[in-house]
Design a protein around this ligand. Structure first.
Ligand code: ADP
Ligand code: MG
Length: 190
C-alpha cells in the first residue's frame, strides 16, 4: 500500500496519475476510483490542478471499490484512489484487503483539514501503508514549501469542495498568522 499525502495543490493527483500511467506502460491492469462527492470535475475523470486527467470510476461507498474490483473483466494489478479522505471509514479495511490480495494500492489524500487537524482516516492509512510520500505545495505568500490548506472563503463545514477560489496553500508561519492559534492544533477531527 502506498499513500500520497499533502495539502491542496501539492501535486497528489499528479503523482497518483503518474504512477498509474507508469503501471499502464508496464502493461499492468489499473483501476482508478474517486469519491462521487468530489464532483468538481464531473464523475468520470480524475483531474489535477495542472489539467492532467485520467478516466476514473466515481463511487459513493468504500464497499463499491471491492465490488468493482471483483466484477472487473481483468483483475487489476493496481488500484488507485484519489481524494481518499472523503470515503467512509471502512476504506482502511478495504485498502488492506486489496493489498493482502496482492494488489498494489495507491491512495492520494489530504493529510490535514483546513483547520490543521488530521483528516479523518488518513492517519490510519498513513500507518498501514508500506510507502508514504508527503508532498508540499508552494506557499502563496512566502514561496516556501506549504503543508497547510487555508480556506480563503466559505463556511465552516468540515467538507467544502473547492479549488483555488476557496483555498490557498500556506507554510507554517503565515498559516499560524491567519488561523486562530491553539484552537485546533493537536486535536483530532471528530
Ligand atoms: P493536489 O491533488 O495535491 O491538490 P494537483 O496534482 O491537482 O494537486 O495539482 C498540482 C499542480 O497545481 C501543480 O503542478 C501546479 O501546476 C498547480 N498549482 C497551483 N497552485 C499551486 C501551489 N500553490 N503550489 C504548488 N502547485 C500549485
Ligand atoms: Mg488532487
Amino acid at each position: 500500500m502506498e499513500v500520497v499525502a499533502g495539502p491542496m495543490f501539492s501535486g497528489k493527483t499528479e503523482e497518483l496519475l503518474r504512477r498509474m500511467r507508469r503501471a499502464t506502460l508496464a502493461k499492468q491492469t489499473v483501476m482508478l476510483f474517486k469519491p462521487v462527492r468530489d464532483d468538481r470535475h464531473g464523475t468520470t475523470d480524475v483531474v489535477s490542478h495542472d489539467a492532467r486527467r485520467q478516466n476514473a470510476i466515481a463511487l459513493d461507498s468504500s464497499s463499491d471499490v471491492e465490488k468493482q474490483v471483483a466484477q472487473a473483466h481483468h483483475r487489476p494489478d493496481v488500484v488507485g484512489i484519489d481524494e481518499v479522505q472523503f470515503f467512509d471509514d471502512d476504506i482502511v479495511s478495504v485498502c488492506n484487503r486489496l493489498a493482502d490480495d496482492g494488489i498494489r494500492v495507491i491512495v492520494a489524500g489530504l493529510d490535514l483539514d483546513y483547520l490543521g487537524r488530521p483528516f479523518g482516516i488518513m492517519p490510519l492509512l498513513l500507518a498501514h501503508a508500506e510507502y508514504v510520500t508527503k508532498l508540499n505545495a508552494i506557499c502563496s505568500r512566502t514561496g516556501r514549501p506549504a503543508h497547510f490548506s487555508h480556506r480563503i472563503e466559505g463556511g465552516s463545514e468540515d467538507v467544502q469542495i473547492g479549488g483555488a477560489e476557496s483555498y490557498e496553500a500556506l507554510s507554517r508561519e503565515p498559516y499560524n498568522d491567519v488561523v486562530v492559534r491553539d484552537h485546533h492544533r493537536g486535536a483530532t477531527a471528530e
